[in-house]
Write a protein that binds this ligand. Structure first.
Ligand code: SF4
Length: 330
């Protein structure tokens, strides 16, 4: 049985500290690319910077390359992937980059997330082109060397690429993970605080149920019977699985189940008309006629009028600051 504080505090934000995320410097408008230019990303610079502390990193510049500089490419050599300067004769820059990256990623272990520049042989996180033969044939299955070192050193830290953030569902999932991970790291005295682990799990119940009740139950079994003696071990296993589960996208049907669960707490205070309206908005969302923000906003309204302490403690209704204007996915 998990006990949680039944105060009427609405947990709609983190402690007020901004999450801190790394960003490939060229996305912040810095002229650091091989051609001396940048890839300024308005969404990151204009919208996210108000709510998130952005830490600029250009691995190629910081590893000692200049701007402008010759372009680089990844090239498969046997079982290895090497970073080469893209002109004849090729110059192999792998050691220079990996020795910088190994040191740098340790300094970045306090980050709550990272947004990488797609396709870059240094920064690309997913499906980066790699040359596989002398004819220049490419596969899209590599990872930029710096991004790879970062993800290996910080396997729990959420990462995304700027291109994928144009997809509302991916963007929302990324920010859910960033804020959840920040909350995890803010548990006070974590290695002695058994109730901190219970409370974290309890407050994320609805968010986890949105990914599947079985997953919530699986994580519940991982925290059950935790004591001071086994806390460190349980915490490590729990957060690894929690962050993995959080990468799963919720389906509309599951979200509707969660919202109906919330509505159950309001059943004695809502009029028949209000209930009917909620159900029809849930259904319109399930049919992808309305974005998730619509039923969520209606639920928030009813919870403001009829506060429910248990629901208000959940991070589900506002997993990140409202002003980020996410939750627009169908
Ligand atoms: S992609 Fe990465 S290495 Fe390339 S310019 Fe941008 S920040 Fe620098």
């Amino acid at each position: 049985m998990i006990n949680i504080d039944n105060s009427n505090n609405v947990k709609l934000d983190t402690s007020g500290n901004k999450p801190k995320i790394g960003v490939s410097a060229c996305l912040l408008g810095k002229p650091v690319r091989f051609d001396g230019g940048h890839k300024n990303n308005k969404m990151i610079v204009d919208e996210l910077s108000q709510f998130i502390e952005l830490v600029s990193v250009c691995p190629e510049l910081e590893a000692g390359f200049s701007s402008p500089r010759p372009a680089m490419q990844l090239r498969r050599k046997g079982d290895e992937i090497r970073l080469l300067i893209n002109k004849t004769p090729f110059q192999d820059m792998t050691e220079q980059m990996t020795s910088y990256a190994d040191k740098k990623v340790q300094q970045l272990s306090d980050l709550d997330g990272f947004i990488f520049k797609k396709d870059s042989p240094s920064c690309g996180a997913f499906r980066v082109p790699v040359v596989i033969n002398d004819d220049g044939y490419r596969h899209r299955d590599a990872t930029g060397l710096f991004a790879q070192a970062f993800m290996q050193q910080n396997p729990l830290t959420p990462v995304e690429e700027e291109g994928r953030l144009n997809d509302n569902a991916i963007r929302e999932n990324f920010f859910e993970r960033i804020y959840a991970y920040q909350r995890w790291k803010q548990i006070a005295d974590p290695l002695n605080n058994v109730s901190g682990l219970f409370e974290f799990h309890a407050r994320h119940k609805l968010m986890l149920m949105g990914r599947g009740s079985a997953l919530y139950q699986e994580l519940g079994r991982m925290v059950a019977h935790t004591t001071r003696a086994n806390l460190a071990e349980r915490r490590s296993a729990y957060i690894a699985r929690f962050m993995e589960v959080m990468t799963l996208r919720s389906r509309p049907g599951r979200q509707v189940n969660v919202m109906q669960h919330i509505m159950g707490y309001l059943k004695d205070v809502l009029s028949g008309e209000d209930k009917q309206e909620l159900l029809s908005v849930f259904e319109a969302y399930r049919q992808r006629e309305l974005p998730l923000i619509t039923p969520i906003t209606l639920l928030r309204h009813h919870l403001r009028v009829h506060p429910q302490p248990y629901i208000n403690q959940q991070h589900y209704l506002e997993p990140f600051p409202r002003q980020l204007a996410l939750r627009s996915s169908l």
